[in-house]
Design a protein around this ligand. Structure first.
Ligand code: ZN
Length: 259
């Protein structure tokens, strides 16, 4: 069986000293492809270097995260957009991400909106799908996206509301779920309701999960088979059928052919 991690942050500082171990864990667990998401200009550059080191295994999403919009200067924002444009022929570049809006940081919501729009424009221009962070803003985001001509939309760590899930699926959007699939009733309900053809798996590492069986230990791609097993149990399907469908979804969404 092969697995994928469609949303991880391999350029995070926490992974900087153990990337070899993380990639060895991925290999051992049959996680054959990972999409490393960016937060800002630095992590975008670092992700590109990682993709060069692990070709056809590490893919990248470039962009500016809503948490980072406060610290980023206009100059850095322009440099990030230029970097994305320069990389348009790079096969490792599969999406613009992680981008979006976060209600928790409502004091910087205006800045979040303007950076998000720049990122959506870049995705439209380069014909790339987007990976979206939408805490507290999912309905607004799902309603605003049809005004952009986007190749694909992936709502990462989808939690609520279910009404936005139905709207998203109807539009052909994908969602990713990770460790909470094992222990969170809210996430399990989402997994139950979403069609398997719109679902992908993630770790969002290095984010840690404190509930069993994860117990706050370092997040690695080795978590993915546990997540797939949980999805299979919720959907009452064979684990191998779920794993295969998720591989197909990954290839369709990111337009790559996996090893
Ligand atoms: Zn993330």
């Amino acid at each position: 069986m092969r697995f994928v991690d469609a949303h991880v942050h391999l350029s995070d500082e926490e992974y900087s000293k153990c990337i070899g171990e993380i990639m060895a864990d991925a290999k051992k667990s049959n996680v054959v492809a990972l999409v490393s998401n960016s937060m800002d200009l630095k992590t975008s550059n670092d992700n590109l270097k990682l993709a060069e080191k692990y070709p056809r295994t590490i893919y990248v999403a470039l962009g500016v995260h809503p948490w980072n919009v406060k610290a980023i200067t206009d100059d850095e924002l322009q440099q990030t957009l230029m970097l994305i444009e320069e990389q348009k022929q790079n096969e490792a570049l599969v999406a613009i991400g992680e981008i979006g809006l976060d209600q928790k940081y409502d004091k910087i919501l205006e800045r979040q909106r303007s950076v998000f729009k720049e990122m959506l424009n870049a995705a439209e221009k380069l014909d790339l799908p987007v990976i979206i962070h939408s805490r507290g803003m999912t309905t607004q985001i799902v309603d605003m996206l049809p005004s952009y001509r986007l190749k694909g939309v992936l709502l990462h760590w989808f939690s609520n509301p279910i009404s936005a899930l139905f709207k998203a699926v109807e539009k052909g959007y994908y969602i990713t779920e990770g460790a909470p699939t094992v222990y969170s009733n809210e996430t399990r309900e989402v997994v139950k309701k979403v069609s398997l053809t719109n679902l992908l798996t993630e770790t969002d590492g290095p984010v840690r999960f404190f509930k069993p069986p994860f117990n706050g230990k370092r997040t690695t791609p080795a978590f993915i088979p546990t997540v797939v097993k949980a999805i299979a149990e919720i959907k009452e399907l064979e684990v191998k059928d779920v794993a295969e469908q998720i591989i197909e979804n990954f290839e369709a969404f990111f337009r790559v052919k996996l090893n």
